[in-house]
Design a protein. Structure first.
Ligand code: DIG
Ligand code: MN
Ligand code: MN
Length: 389
Protein backbone atom coordinates (compact mmCIF):
# COMPACT_ATOMS: atom_id res chain seq x y z
CA UNK A 1 0.00 0.00 0.00
CA UNK A 2 1.29 3.52 -0.79
CA UNK A 3 2.82 5.23 2.20
CA UNK A 4 1.34 8.68 1.70
CA UNK A 5 -1.62 7.83 3.94
CA UNK A 6 0.35 7.64 7.15
CA UNK A 7 -1.36 8.90 10.35
CA UNK A 8 0.07 11.63 12.57
CA UNK A 9 -0.88 12.54 16.16
CA UNK A 10 -2.92 15.52 14.92
CA UNK A 11 -5.39 13.08 13.34
CA UNK A 12 -6.22 11.88 16.88
CA UNK A 13 -6.95 8.32 15.70
CA UNK A 14 -7.78 6.13 18.70
CA UNK A 15 -8.82 2.53 19.29
CA UNK A 16 -10.25 0.84 22.39
CA UNK A 17 -8.37 -2.06 23.98
CA UNK A 18 -11.43 -4.17 23.11
CA UNK A 19 -11.25 -3.37 19.37
CA UNK A 20 -7.92 -4.77 18.19
CA UNK A 21 -8.06 -7.04 21.22
CA UNK A 22 -11.31 -8.63 19.99
CA UNK A 23 -10.78 -12.41 20.03
CA UNK A 24 -13.50 -13.17 17.48
CA UNK A 25 -16.11 -14.65 19.82
CA UNK A 26 -19.68 -14.29 18.55
CA UNK A 27 -23.04 -15.67 19.69
CA UNK A 28 -22.46 -18.74 17.51
CA UNK A 29 -18.73 -19.31 17.87
CA UNK A 30 -15.86 -19.55 20.29
CA UNK A 31 -12.82 -17.19 20.14
CA UNK A 32 -10.57 -17.66 17.10
CA UNK A 33 -7.71 -15.44 18.29
CA UNK A 34 -5.76 -15.77 21.53
CA UNK A 35 -6.17 -12.83 23.92
CA UNK A 36 -3.63 -9.99 23.81
CA UNK A 37 -2.55 -8.26 27.01
CA UNK A 38 -3.16 -4.51 27.31
CA UNK A 39 0.59 -4.06 26.90
CA UNK A 40 0.65 -6.03 23.65
CA UNK A 41 -2.32 -3.99 22.41
CA UNK A 42 -0.61 -0.69 23.23
CA UNK A 43 2.43 -1.77 21.19
CA UNK A 44 0.25 -3.01 18.31
CA UNK A 45 -1.57 0.34 18.21
CA UNK A 46 1.70 2.27 18.36
CA UNK A 47 2.97 0.11 15.51
CA UNK A 48 0.02 1.03 13.25
CA UNK A 49 0.26 4.74 14.11
CA UNK A 50 -2.61 5.32 16.55
CA UNK A 51 -2.61 8.48 18.70
CA UNK A 52 -4.41 6.99 21.67
CA UNK A 53 -5.89 3.94 23.35
CA UNK A 54 -9.24 3.86 25.21
CA UNK A 55 -10.49 1.29 27.67
CA UNK A 56 -13.34 -0.03 29.78
CA UNK A 57 -12.27 -0.48 33.39
CA UNK A 58 -12.29 -4.27 33.08
CA UNK A 59 -10.46 -4.32 29.73
CA UNK A 60 -7.47 -3.24 31.83
CA UNK A 61 -8.18 -4.46 35.37
CA UNK A 62 -10.19 -7.71 35.67
CA UNK A 63 -13.28 -7.27 37.83
CA UNK A 64 -11.95 -9.66 40.52
CA UNK A 65 -8.31 -8.48 40.47
CA UNK A 66 -6.67 -8.02 43.87
CA UNK A 67 -5.33 -4.54 44.68
CA UNK A 68 -1.77 -5.87 44.21
CA UNK A 69 -2.69 -7.25 40.76
CA UNK A 70 -4.46 -3.97 39.96
CA UNK A 71 -1.39 -1.92 40.86
CA UNK A 72 0.91 -4.16 38.82
CA UNK A 73 -1.38 -3.98 35.76
CA UNK A 74 -1.72 -0.20 35.94
CA UNK A 75 2.01 0.26 36.47
CA UNK A 76 2.84 -1.87 33.43
CA UNK A 77 0.20 -0.07 31.36
CA UNK A 78 1.61 3.33 32.30
CA UNK A 79 5.10 2.14 31.36
CA UNK A 80 3.87 0.98 27.95
CA UNK A 81 2.17 4.35 27.39
CA UNK A 82 5.38 6.10 28.36
CA UNK A 83 7.43 3.86 26.05
CA UNK A 84 5.16 4.28 23.03
CA UNK A 85 3.91 7.84 23.58
CA UNK A 86 0.28 6.72 23.25
CA UNK A 87 -2.28 8.75 25.20
CA UNK A 88 -5.55 7.73 26.90
CA UNK A 89 -8.10 10.28 25.62
CA UNK A 90 -11.23 8.38 26.66
CA UNK A 91 -12.28 5.85 29.29
CA UNK A 92 -15.55 4.09 30.04
CA UNK A 93 -17.10 1.53 32.37
CA UNK A 94 -18.09 -2.02 31.58
CA UNK A 95 -21.65 -2.04 32.87
CA UNK A 96 -22.76 -4.88 30.63
CA UNK A 97 -20.64 -8.04 30.92
CA UNK A 98 -21.01 -9.15 34.56
CA UNK A 99 -24.25 -11.06 35.33
CA UNK A 100 -25.11 -8.49 37.98
CA UNK A 101 -26.10 -6.17 35.10
CA UNK A 102 -28.50 -8.58 33.43
CA UNK A 103 -31.44 -6.26 34.19
CA UNK A 104 -29.42 -3.14 33.45
CA UNK A 105 -27.04 -1.03 35.52
CA UNK A 106 -28.33 2.48 36.23
CA UNK A 107 -31.86 1.38 35.22
CA UNK A 108 -31.99 -2.00 37.00
CA UNK A 109 -35.10 -2.58 39.11
CA UNK A 110 -32.87 -3.68 42.02
CA UNK A 111 -31.55 -0.61 43.90
CA UNK A 112 -28.50 -2.63 44.98
CA UNK A 113 -27.53 -3.05 41.29
CA UNK A 114 -28.08 0.66 40.62
CA UNK A 115 -25.89 1.57 43.61
CA UNK A 116 -23.20 -0.94 42.62
CA UNK A 117 -23.18 0.55 39.08
CA UNK A 118 -22.53 4.00 40.60
CA UNK A 119 -19.72 2.64 42.77
CA UNK A 120 -18.13 0.80 39.82
CA UNK A 121 -18.37 3.88 37.62
CA UNK A 122 -16.85 6.22 40.24
CA UNK A 123 -13.88 3.85 40.58
CA UNK A 124 -13.58 3.59 36.79
CA UNK A 125 -13.72 7.38 36.44
CA UNK A 126 -10.90 7.66 39.00
CA UNK A 127 -8.82 5.23 36.94
CA UNK A 128 -9.61 6.94 33.65
CA UNK A 129 -8.61 10.34 35.02
CA UNK A 130 -5.45 8.86 36.56
CA UNK A 131 -4.46 7.67 33.06
CA UNK A 132 -5.27 11.01 31.43
CA UNK A 133 -8.78 10.61 30.04
CA UNK A 134 -10.72 13.84 29.47
CA UNK A 135 -13.77 12.22 27.87
CA UNK A 136 -15.86 9.61 29.71
CA UNK A 137 -18.24 7.53 27.60
CA UNK A 138 -21.47 5.97 28.85
CA UNK A 139 -22.82 3.21 26.61
CA UNK A 140 -25.89 1.75 28.30
CA UNK A 141 -25.71 -1.66 26.65
CA UNK A 142 -27.91 -3.29 29.26
CA UNK A 143 -30.17 -0.28 29.92
CA UNK A 144 -33.23 -1.71 28.26
CA UNK A 145 -35.83 -4.45 28.18
CA UNK A 146 -37.08 -7.53 26.40
CA UNK A 147 -40.54 -6.86 27.83
CA UNK A 148 -42.05 -3.61 29.11
CA UNK A 149 -44.07 -5.59 31.62
CA UNK A 150 -41.44 -5.27 34.36
CA UNK A 151 -40.44 -1.61 34.25
CA UNK A 152 -42.03 1.75 33.60
CA UNK A 153 -39.79 3.38 30.95
CA UNK A 154 -40.23 6.78 32.58
CA UNK A 155 -39.03 5.31 35.89
CA UNK A 156 -36.00 3.93 34.04
CA UNK A 157 -35.20 7.33 32.56
CA UNK A 158 -35.54 8.88 36.02
CA UNK A 159 -33.02 6.40 37.42
CA UNK A 160 -30.67 7.02 34.48
CA UNK A 161 -30.94 10.80 35.07
CA UNK A 162 -30.29 10.38 38.82
CA UNK A 163 -27.17 8.32 38.09
CA UNK A 164 -25.75 10.83 35.62
CA UNK A 165 -26.56 13.77 37.94
CA UNK A 166 -24.83 11.95 40.81
CA UNK A 167 -21.76 11.11 38.69
CA UNK A 168 -21.41 14.57 37.16
CA UNK A 169 -21.56 16.00 40.71
CA UNK A 170 -18.91 13.43 41.71
CA UNK A 171 -16.63 14.64 38.88
CA UNK A 172 -17.11 18.25 39.96
CA UNK A 173 -16.58 17.31 43.62
CA UNK A 174 -13.28 15.64 42.66
CA UNK A 175 -12.25 18.63 40.53
CA UNK A 176 -11.72 16.39 37.49
CA UNK A 177 -11.37 17.91 34.00
CA UNK A 178 -13.76 15.42 32.46
CA UNK A 179 -16.74 15.58 30.12
CA UNK A 180 -19.35 12.84 29.65
CA UNK A 181 -20.28 11.49 26.21
CA UNK A 182 -23.47 9.41 26.08
CA UNK A 183 -23.54 6.71 23.39
CA UNK A 184 -26.92 5.60 22.04
CA UNK A 185 -27.78 2.26 20.45
CA UNK A 186 -31.29 1.00 19.49
CA UNK A 187 -30.93 -2.64 20.62
CA UNK A 188 -28.48 -5.50 21.26
CA UNK A 189 -27.69 -6.92 23.69
CA UNK A 190 -31.12 -5.91 25.06
CA UNK A 191 -34.25 -6.35 22.99
CA UNK A 192 -34.73 -2.58 23.11
CA UNK A 193 -32.27 -0.12 24.64
CA UNK A 194 -33.48 3.12 26.24
CA UNK A 195 -32.40 6.42 24.61
CA UNK A 196 -31.87 4.59 21.35
CA UNK A 197 -30.63 7.33 18.98
CA UNK A 198 -28.53 10.52 18.99
CA UNK A 199 -31.70 12.60 18.84
CA UNK A 200 -33.16 10.89 21.90
CA UNK A 201 -29.87 11.39 23.79
CA UNK A 202 -29.67 15.09 22.91
CA UNK A 203 -33.17 15.66 24.28
CA UNK A 204 -32.34 13.67 27.44
CA UNK A 205 -29.16 15.69 28.08
CA UNK A 206 -31.27 18.85 28.33
CA UNK A 207 -33.00 17.34 31.42
CA UNK A 208 -29.75 16.82 33.37
CA UNK A 209 -28.51 18.98 36.27
CA UNK A 210 -25.07 19.53 34.72
CA UNK A 211 -25.97 19.36 31.03
CA UNK A 212 -23.06 21.63 30.14
CA UNK A 213 -20.60 18.79 30.80
CA UNK A 214 -22.61 16.13 28.95
CA UNK A 215 -22.53 15.49 25.20
CA UNK A 216 -22.90 12.53 22.88
CA UNK A 217 -20.68 9.82 21.38
CA UNK A 218 -22.52 8.85 18.15
CA UNK A 219 -21.55 5.55 16.55
CA UNK A 220 -21.98 4.87 12.82
CA UNK A 221 -23.16 1.30 13.33
CA UNK A 222 -25.76 2.21 15.94
CA UNK A 223 -27.62 4.85 13.88
CA UNK A 224 -27.41 2.54 10.84
CA UNK A 225 -28.95 -0.30 12.89
CA UNK A 226 -31.93 2.04 13.32
CA UNK A 227 -31.96 2.81 9.58
CA UNK A 228 -30.92 6.43 10.14
CA UNK A 229 -28.59 8.83 8.32
CA UNK A 230 -25.51 9.02 10.57
CA UNK A 231 -24.29 12.33 9.11
CA UNK A 232 -27.58 14.01 10.02
CA UNK A 233 -27.26 12.76 13.61
CA UNK A 234 -23.67 14.03 13.82
CA UNK A 235 -24.65 17.40 12.29
CA UNK A 236 -27.39 17.83 14.89
CA UNK A 237 -24.96 16.97 17.70
CA UNK A 238 -22.39 19.39 16.29
CA UNK A 239 -25.06 22.12 15.92
CA UNK A 240 -25.95 21.63 19.59
CA UNK A 241 -22.28 21.85 20.63
CA UNK A 242 -22.58 18.28 21.93
CA UNK A 243 -20.29 16.26 19.62
CA UNK A 244 -17.85 15.38 22.41
CA UNK A 245 -16.59 12.13 20.84
CA UNK A 246 -17.35 9.88 17.86
CA UNK A 247 -17.24 6.09 17.28
CA UNK A 248 -16.26 5.42 13.67
CA UNK A 249 -16.96 2.04 12.06
CA UNK A 250 -19.41 0.71 9.48
CA UNK A 251 -22.56 -1.37 9.29
CA UNK A 252 -25.17 -2.73 6.91
CA UNK A 253 -28.59 -1.24 7.64
CA UNK A 254 -30.98 -3.31 9.73
CA UNK A 255 -28.40 -5.88 10.86
CA UNK A 256 -26.96 -6.83 14.27
CA UNK A 257 -24.08 -4.59 15.40
CA UNK A 258 -21.37 -5.46 12.89
CA UNK A 259 -18.71 -2.93 13.97
CA UNK A 260 -17.00 -3.21 10.56
CA UNK A 261 -13.78 -1.44 9.57
CA UNK A 262 -14.47 2.25 8.88
CA UNK A 263 -15.79 2.70 5.32
CA UNK A 264 -15.99 -1.04 4.69
CA UNK A 265 -19.68 -1.04 3.76
CA UNK A 266 -21.04 2.45 3.02
CA UNK A 267 -18.16 4.32 1.39
CA UNK A 268 -20.29 7.23 0.18
CA UNK A 269 -21.81 7.97 3.59
CA UNK A 270 -18.35 7.61 5.13
CA UNK A 271 -17.09 10.22 2.64
CA UNK A 272 -19.80 12.78 3.46
CA UNK A 273 -19.19 12.17 7.18
CA UNK A 274 -15.43 12.77 6.86
CA UNK A 275 -16.12 15.83 4.67
CA UNK A 276 -18.45 17.24 7.34
CA UNK A 277 -16.01 16.59 10.22
CA UNK A 278 -13.16 18.20 8.27
CA UNK A 279 -15.25 21.11 6.92
CA UNK A 280 -16.52 22.10 10.39
CA UNK A 281 -13.09 21.63 12.00
CA UNK A 282 -14.01 18.82 14.43
CA UNK A 283 -10.87 18.49 16.58
CA UNK A 284 -11.99 15.64 18.85
CA UNK A 285 -10.80 12.05 18.84
CA UNK A 286 -11.52 9.89 15.84
CA UNK A 287 -12.20 6.63 17.68
CA UNK A 288 -12.50 3.44 15.64
CA UNK A 289 -14.92 1.37 17.72
CA UNK A 290 -14.74 -1.62 15.42
CA UNK A 291 -13.11 -5.02 15.11
CA UNK A 292 -11.64 -7.29 12.47
CA UNK A 293 -13.68 -10.04 10.79
CA UNK A 294 -13.75 -13.29 12.76
CA UNK A 295 -11.91 -14.80 9.78
CA UNK A 296 -8.71 -12.90 10.64
CA UNK A 297 -5.50 -13.67 12.53
CA UNK A 298 -3.48 -10.87 14.18
CA UNK A 299 -1.88 -9.86 10.91
CA UNK A 300 -5.44 -9.44 9.69
CA UNK A 301 -6.27 -7.42 12.79
CA UNK A 302 -3.42 -5.04 11.94
CA UNK A 303 -4.74 -4.86 8.36
CA UNK A 304 -8.13 -3.95 9.85
CA UNK A 305 -6.68 -1.18 12.03
CA UNK A 306 -4.51 0.23 9.22
CA UNK A 307 -7.56 0.08 6.93
CA UNK A 308 -9.64 2.21 9.31
CA UNK A 309 -6.92 4.84 9.35
CA UNK A 310 -6.11 4.73 5.63
CA UNK A 311 -9.73 4.98 4.57
CA UNK A 312 -10.24 8.02 6.81
CA UNK A 313 -7.10 9.70 5.41
CA UNK A 314 -8.02 8.89 1.80
CA UNK A 315 -11.55 10.27 2.31
CA UNK A 316 -10.05 13.33 3.99
CA UNK A 317 -8.04 13.92 0.81
CA UNK A 318 -11.13 13.28 -1.34
CA UNK A 319 -12.99 15.90 0.71
CA UNK A 320 -10.29 18.45 -0.09
CA UNK A 321 -10.54 17.41 -3.74
CA UNK A 322 -14.34 17.86 -3.67
CA UNK A 323 -13.97 21.34 -2.19
CA UNK A 324 -11.39 22.26 -4.85
CA UNK A 325 -13.15 20.69 -7.84
CA UNK A 326 -14.20 23.63 -10.06
CA UNK A 327 -17.02 21.76 -11.82
CA UNK A 328 -18.50 20.59 -8.51
CA UNK A 329 -18.12 23.95 -6.85
CA UNK A 330 -19.61 25.90 -9.76
CA UNK A 331 -22.57 23.51 -9.83
CA UNK A 332 -23.00 24.01 -6.07
CA UNK A 333 -22.87 27.77 -6.58
CA UNK A 334 -25.70 27.45 -9.13
CA UNK A 335 -27.72 25.24 -6.77
CA UNK A 336 -27.26 27.69 -3.88
CA UNK A 337 -27.88 30.80 -6.04
CA UNK A 338 -29.92 33.49 -4.26
CA UNK A 339 -31.15 36.55 -6.18
CA UNK A 340 -31.82 38.35 -2.91
CA UNK A 341 -35.53 38.73 -3.65
CA UNK A 342 -36.45 37.12 -0.31
CA UNK A 343 -33.96 39.16 1.73
CA UNK A 344 -36.70 41.52 3.09
CA UNK A 345 -38.34 38.54 4.79
CA UNK A 346 -35.23 36.80 6.16
CA UNK A 347 -33.60 37.09 9.59
CA UNK A 348 -35.31 38.01 12.84
CA UNK A 349 -39.08 38.24 12.94
CA UNK A 350 -40.92 41.53 12.77
CA UNK A 351 -44.60 42.30 12.39
CA UNK A 352 -43.79 44.33 9.29
CA UNK A 353 -41.94 41.38 7.76
CA UNK A 354 -44.83 39.02 8.49
CA UNK A 355 -47.33 41.47 7.02
CA UNK A 356 -45.24 42.06 3.90
CA UNK A 357 -44.60 38.31 3.43
CA UNK A 358 -48.29 37.55 3.68
CA UNK A 359 -48.82 40.05 0.85
CA UNK A 360 -46.07 38.65 -1.36
CA UNK A 361 -47.35 36.91 -4.53
CA UNK A 362 -45.42 33.71 -5.36
CA UNK A 363 -45.47 32.22 -8.86
CA UNK A 364 -45.59 28.61 -7.60
CA UNK A 365 -45.43 27.08 -11.08
CA UNK A 366 -42.43 29.13 -12.16
CA UNK A 367 -40.61 28.42 -8.91
CA UNK A 368 -41.33 24.68 -9.16
CA UNK A 369 -40.08 24.37 -12.77
CA UNK A 370 -36.26 24.14 -12.63
CA UNK A 371 -34.57 20.87 -11.57
CA UNK A 372 -31.76 20.83 -9.00
CA UNK A 373 -29.01 18.98 -10.91
CA UNK A 374 -28.51 16.65 -7.95
CA UNK A 375 -28.08 13.70 -10.31
CA UNK A 376 -25.16 15.46 -12.03
CA UNK A 377 -23.71 16.60 -8.68
CA UNK A 378 -24.00 13.16 -7.07
CA UNK A 379 -22.44 11.50 -10.13
CA UNK A 380 -19.52 13.93 -9.89
CA UNK A 381 -19.11 12.96 -6.22
CA UNK A 382 -19.28 9.27 -7.14
CA UNK A 383 -16.69 9.71 -9.90
CA UNK A 384 -14.44 11.61 -7.52
CA UNK A 385 -14.69 8.70 -5.09
CA UNK A 386 -14.05 6.24 -7.92
CA UNK A 387 -10.88 8.13 -8.72
CA UNK A 388 -11.76 9.21 -12.26
CA UNK A 389 -11.80 12.96 -11.45
C1 DIG B 1 -20.19 -0.21 21.98
O1 DIG B 1 -20.33 0.46 20.77
C2 DIG B 1 -19.65 0.71 23.04
C3 DIG B 1 -18.66 0.01 23.89
O2 DIG B 1 -17.72 -0.56 23.02
C4 DIG B 1 -18.05 1.12 24.66
O3 DIG B 1 -18.68 1.22 25.89
C5 DIG B 1 -18.34 2.36 23.87
C6 DIG B 1 -17.09 3.17 23.74
O4 DIG B 1 -16.85 3.60 22.44
N1 DIG B 1 -18.91 1.86 22.61
MN1 MN C 1 -21.13 -0.94 18.02
MN1 MN D 1 -19.23 2.37 20.44
Amino acid sequence: MSDCYQPCPENKFTFGLWTVGNVGRDPFGEPVRSPLSPIEIVHLLADIGAYGVNFHDNDLVPIDATSAERNQIIGAFKAALQETGLTVPMATTNLFTDPIFRDGAFTANDPKVRAYALQKTMNAIDLGVELGAQIYVFWGGREGVETDAGKNPQEALKWFREALNFLSSYVQDQGYNLKFALEPKPNEPRGDIYLSTVGAMLAFIETLDHKEMVGVNPEVAHEHMAGLNFLHAVAQAWDAGKLFHIDLNDQAFGRYDQDFRFGAHNLKSAFFLVKFLEDVGYDGNRHFDAHAYRSEDYEGVKDFARGCIRTYLILQEKAKQFNADTEIQSLLAEIHADDGAMAPYQGAYSTAKATALKQHVFDRRAISQPGHAYERLDQLAIELLLGVR
